[in-house]
Design a protein around this ligand. Structure first.
Ligand code: MV4
Length: 529
């Protein structure tokens, strides 16, 4: 087993990896940029080394600096976490050259999966269903036009180097193709330095369901069930859960076995995720492979009882898989909310700043993986993810109820967070029924009236939070008797409980909560209701 692992990351995931190291009796070595000098991941590690200025280009993305620290600190392995260099084959190569074990797949496996067309070719060869379309980059507009007619509109243009929806364009008819082609390829060139595109049949409102796989270096590959990740905003996951509400044992086995087949064909090792689109008829189509530990891995851990990071480390050290597929049993249901320092009522604008106070939820079925503490300033330089709140329950209903309860306990002051948004989503009837797809959240956010109605069912304590910050409540609408009554009730609540923490449970975004109450009151007065 390794003696010391360099953790080439920051924030909650660096802490998650440090925890695995501790449990395995392995030293955890942190790195930090200037902006992260006082960050929690630095404090919790055994050793910590500076790697340069705050911009990630000059610190967390510098392979030379990471390798330098790994050598100086005498590390025998490196864990890349997610983001930054996690899927960069050059880091895996540099590790190999320095005699340091990269905790992840080989550079070759990462390269193959990095090209979306190469991954599609691999899937086709392995007999894994792909969306109808091409597996080679398209040469030019004329060729694209002919292919689009063959496939049949609507089609999607996608970037060969793609990811995150960049360089992707929906084309509903021939006439739109030239402009879409130009836009998509210049966007792809900008984002990835590679303008090449391919083309797929467009699926209407599919779900995003991904299979977690684990492969050791001795040819044993298992799948650890799926994660439903359809609740996304602009291609960013917001809520994930496991199992998927649409899954059954037959489909799970079919998708799991497809994922394993693909991994085997690609010579894949360590933890990975095979993403699929699933249509309304529950046909599944391979989308892409993520060659890293994912943000949402805890929901899989919650329902399998496995520790994915420890398994990654043990597999990288050459140990055989400690169990077989038949041993993998899924128990209960888990859901994860990504807590961000951002303002949902101001176009999700990042809200960095100093955290003044924080109350962490706990109790049955609750896990909080975060990387912050009161007095710490959320840096402006990086993704403003504060952490992840995970709820487990015996079934989906219990998991959702526990998540709602935990979100009410959660309180942060000094910065805005998206916790209030989760409180609203989690009371939405469609969400509660699991009727979600990849466009669901973007549409939900565009329909404030629907969100309002579904977002009403909240506790009296949440209402107290509304008045806890009185200044912004008017929000451009007329005051009313209802407002006055609500305000009085909330103030009474506050005075009775005294401390600001009581009001805090829902206080990050008072303005919208006022609007919610007000709109609901108006709806109640409307004729016919
Ligand atoms: C699609 C699709 C519909 N049809 N491909 C978006 C990002 C990229 N990874 C793949 N994406 C999609 N590909 C076909 N043929 C719809 C999406 C899509 C999506 C996929 C996963 C998660 C969220 C999404 C949001 C919008 C569109």
């Amino acid at each position: 087993m390794f003696k010391k692992i360099l953790i080439a990351n920051r924030g909650e995931i660096a802490i998650r990896i440090t925890r695995a190291c501790r449990e395995l009796g392995i030293g955890a070595v942190a790195v930090f940029s200037e902006a992260d000098r006082t960050s929690l991941h630095v404090r919790l590690a055994d050793e910590a080394y500076p790697i340069g200025p705050s911009p990630s280009r000059e610190s967390y993305l510098r392979i030379d600096k990471l390798m330098d620290v790994a050598r100086r600190a005498d590390c025998d392995a490196l864990h890349p976490g997610y983001g930054f260099l996690a899927e960069n084959p050059e880091l895996a190569r540099a590790c190999l050259a320095a005699g340091i074990t990269f905790i992840g797949p080989t550079a070759e496996a990462m390269e193959q999966m990095g090209s979306k067309t190469a991954a599609r070719q691999l899937a086709r060869r392995a007999g894994v269903p792909t969306v109808p379309g091409v597996v080679e980059p398209i040469e030019g507009l004329e060729k694209a036009s002919q292919l689009a007619r063959d496939i049949g509109f609507p089609v999607l243009l996608k970037a060969v180097a793609g990811g995150g929806g960049k360089g992707m364009r929906l084309v509903t008819g021939e006439a739109e193709l030239p402009a879409a082609w130009r836009d998509a390829s210049s966007e792809a060139l900008n984002a990835f330095g590679d303008p090449r595109l391919y083309i797929e049949k467009y699926l209407d409102r599919p779900r995003h369901i991904e299979i977690q796989i684990l492969a050791d270096q001795h040819g044993h590959i298992v799948y650890l069930g799926e994660r439903e990740c359809s609740v996304q905003r602009r291609h960013q996951k917001v809520i994930e859960e496991a199992p998927s509400p649409v899954m059954d044992a037959t489909l799970r086995r079919a998708m799991g076995e497809a994922a394993v087949k693909l991994a085997r064909a690609g010579g894949y090792t360590n933890a990975g995720t095979v993403e699929f689109l699933v249509d309304a008829a529950r046909n599944f189509y391979f989308l892409e492979v993520n060659t890293r530990l994912q943000v949402e891995h805890p929901v899989t851990e919650a329902i399998t009882g496995l520790d994915l990071v420890k398994l990654q480390v043990r597999i990288a050290a050459g140990e055989p898989m400690p169990f077989v597929q038949e041993d993998v049993t899924l128990r209960g249901h888990a859901i994860e909310c990504r807590l961000y320092a951002e303002d949902p009522d101001n176009n999700f604008f990042p809200s960095p700043g100093t955290i003044l106070a924080r109350r962490v939820p706990s109790g049955p079925g609750i896990r909080l993986d975060d990387g912050v503490y009161p007095g710490w300033t959320v840096p402006t330089e990086y993704d403003p993810l504060l952490g992840k709140l995970i709820a487990w329950g015996a079934d989906r209903g219990e998991a959702l109820a526990r998540m709602r309860r935990a979100l009410e306990e959660y309180y942060v002051s000094g910065i805005r967070t998206n916790a209030g948004l989760f409180r609203r989503i989690l009371t939405d009837p469609e969400f509660a029924r699991g009727e979600i797809h990849t466009c669901w959240l973007d549409e939900w956010l565009k329909a404030p009236a629907a969100a309002t109605e579904s977002g009403f069912a909240r506790s009296p304590r949440a209402a107290a939070g509304v008045a806890g910050t009185k200044s912004e409540h008017a929000g451009g609408r007329q005051g009313s008797v209802e407002d006055a009554a609500l305000l009085a009730a909330a103030l009474w609540h506050l005075s009775k409980n005294g401390s600001s923490s009581t009001a805090g449970s829902a206080a990050e975004k008072p303005e919208s909560r006022w609007k919610l109450e007000g709109r609901r009151a108006q709806l109640d007065r409307a004729p016919g209701r």
